[in-house]
Ligand binder design. Structure first.
Ligand code: KIV
Length: 253
């Protein structure tokens, strides 16, 4: 798709119902993001999300999808405890969860080794650089990464990930010029979120697109529907009708 200039559409999903809707709409890639933590499980971020959570939600998403590629996030620390453990964790997401590929945050030497070992084991890996939410406590918040000199390291990370064998990489919250430069320098697709228009594809968190929020959405989130408000209004109608007795009355044929 990158070679042919066709933009790649990626969206997160965490259960079979929404995964089926995304698949039906024609998205290319469904990401079972560890953003399941803040969007579904009620955590304040992605750090508390475990491998067991990810396997459970990946399996549900896979049951809902018939066409799109399903990529599952490797949760916090699973790529940092040695490459044997990383291969084992990726294997769980593929064998027990049914994912077609996994995504790993960062590009440290440990991560690069994990990417190589997981790929060699037959599991495609997507990279993720820029703002990597699992490292929020190191960054000190969810802020733009790679401004000025720091951009040089992010570009080097992108090239190192490509050499390690990734099938693509997410570029999150980096300057648009840097995203454009990286996208023109690597042969694998870049998928942007808050990284401007020149990436080879875009990814968004489904709940942000639909307006369903447990926490404040990030500034780069786009809202295309008001499913949260529609749901509250339907539930209010249900409350009113049950309390008034209207709901229980038989419908006229
Ligand atoms: O977990 C997630 O939703 C992600 C996307 C923001 C890329 O990693």
């Amino acid at each position: 798709m990158k070679r042919e200039g066709i933009r790649i559409v990626m969206v997160t999903a965490y259960d079979a119902a929404f995964a089926r809707l995304a698949d039906e709409a024609g998205v290319d890639v469904v990401l079972v993001g560890d953003s399941v933590g803040d969007n579904v499980l009620g955590f304040s971020g992605t750090v508390p999300v475990t491998l067991e959570h990810m396997v459970h939600h990946t399996a549900a998403v896979v049951r809902g999808v018939s066409k799109a590629l399903v990529i599952a996030d490797m949760p916090f620390l699973t790529a940092h405890l040695g490459s044997d453990r990383a291969v084992e964790a990726a294997g769980r997401l593929v064998q027990d969860g049914g994912a077609g590929a996994v995504k790993i945050e960062g590009a440290s030497p440990t991560v690069l080794e994990a990417v190589q070992r997981i790929t060699a084991a037959g599991i495609p890996v997507m990279g993720h650089i820029g703002l990597t939410p699992q490292s929020v406590n190191v960054f000190g918040g969810y802020s733009v990464q790679g401004r000025g000199e720091a951009g040089i390291q992010i570009k080097e990370d992108a090239l190192a990930l490509e050499r390690a064998g990734v099938i693509g990489m997410v570029l999150e919250l980096i300057p648009h010029t840097l995203a454009r430069e990286i996208s023109g320098s690597v042969s694998v697709p870049t998928i942007g979120i808050g990284a401007g228009p020149d990436c080879d594809g875009q990814v968004q968190v489904l709940h942000d697109l639909l307006g369903i929020h447990l926490t404040q959405p990030p500034r780069h989130a786009r809202r295309l529907a008001e499913v949260g408000n529609i749901t509250v209004s339907a539930m209010r109608q249900y409350c009113d009708e049950v309390r008034s007795g209207a709901f229980q009355r038989p419908k006229a044929e």
